[in-house]
Design a protein around this ligand. Structure first.
Ligand code: FES
Ligand SMILES: [Fe+2]
Length: 334
């Protein structure tokens, strides 16, 4: 077992300059979970959201092709669509009415007084790839393919029938903490006996294990009644957790919204949306989120208070946190 290692410096959790570097070095270069395919199934349907300060939209064109763009007009940076999900068959900027084709090329610059090249003034594109019912984006047009980059992480889910699961509920939780404060918390089970009495009754936290893979980790904990755990909780750098059980899944994504704020979005999928335990599974996830919220928001306040510079990570319990923080440090060297 390796020795205890130092945490990231406290300043990395609130410094605006650091946040801006992470926006470009992490969130503009990595594959990011964006939405589920069902949300953008119909021609004209879109999902728009500001992702680590990047205003993005993913839209199913009237030609059936899924594409992604920066939600920023090439005229004077107006928005094409509002954040959220909706339906749009005509991509027209809300500010002065420039219109774009489904492929992002400029179709008309309303009453502009001069002809413009449709390609030169096309919407800035982002990469979009569908995988087993989920939609991922990458702002880096030269990045390796999703399947190549996430190969080992995806292989962990080979045995689970993800396509047969239905999205039952999605919810966004606003948290007053840096995205890494929440990720650090997700990545260890050390806190479970103190923060999560309901989880602690179900699982044997003493035997909670985190195993590391290529930029991902797998969490397992045997259930207390001795039955073999039939699920796995997977976290893929930088901000995606897929918590998979035999017949349900919770996709949990940490979206930065500022140096000291983030949104944690939950999407609950069930093999049988009418199963008796659906409400209970969702309620437990909400309870655990609120228990974590109380702690991570307090930790955020304390990190920024000026009394703590850096701490220590347990070699036994916090190897997942260490892997994550090493990847944060490596991104800083890019
Ligand atoms: S900013 Fe889009 S038309 Fe002017
Ligand atoms: Fe927790």
């Amino acid at each position: 077992m390796s020795a205890a290692s130092p945490t990231l410096p406290a300043e990395w959790y609130f410094d605006p300059a650091r946040y801006n570097r992470e926006r470009s070095r992490i969130f503009a270069t990595e594959w990011l979970w964006y939405t589920s395919v069902g949300e953008v199934a119909a021609p004209g349907s879109y999902v728009a959201q500001c992702y680590a300060g990047w205003p993005l939209m993913v839209m199913r064109g009237t030609d059936g092709v899924l594409r992604g763009f920066h939600n920023v007009c090439r005229h004077r940076a107006g928005p094409l669509v509002d954040d959220g999900s909706g339906h749009c068959t005509n991509l027209v900027c809300q500010y002065h009415g420039w219109a774009y084709s489904v492929d992002g090329r400029l179709r008309s610059a309303r009453d502009f007084g001069e002809a413009l090249d449709p390609d030169e003034y096309a919407l800035r594109a982002i990469r979009v790839t569908e995988w087993r019912g989920q939609v991922f984006v990458n702002l880096d047009l030269g990045a390796a393919s999703l399947e190549e980059d996430l190969r080992d992480f995806f292989a962990e889910m080979d045995a689970f029938p993800l396509e047969g699961m239905t999205l039952v509920r999605s919810l966004r939780h606003d948290l007053a903490c840096n995205w890494k404060t929440y990720a650090d918390n997700y990545l260890e089970g050390y806190h479970i006996p103190l923060l999560h009495p309901e989880l602690n009754r179900q699982f044997d936290a003493k035997r909670y294990r985190v195993e590391l893979g290529d930029r991902y980790c797998r969490h397992t904990a045997p259930s207390r009644d001795g039955s073999p755990a039939d699920g796995r909780w997977l976290f893929r750098w930088p901000n995606l957790a897929m918590n998979i059980y035999g017949d349900s899944m919770n996709v949990e994504v940490i979206v930065p919204t500022g140096p000291e704020s983030c949104v944690v979005s939950y999407s609950h999928f069930f093999a049988d949306p009418d199963a008796a335990d659906v409400g209970g599974v969702i309620a437990l996830a909400d309870t655990v989120l609120e228990q974590d919220r109380r702690m991570v928001e307090s930790v955020q306040r304390n990190l920024a208070a000026g009394t703590y510079d850096a701490g220590l990570l347990s070699p036994r319990h916090e190897n997942g946190v260490r892997q994550f923080q090493d990847l944060v440090r490596a991104a800083e060297q890019k």
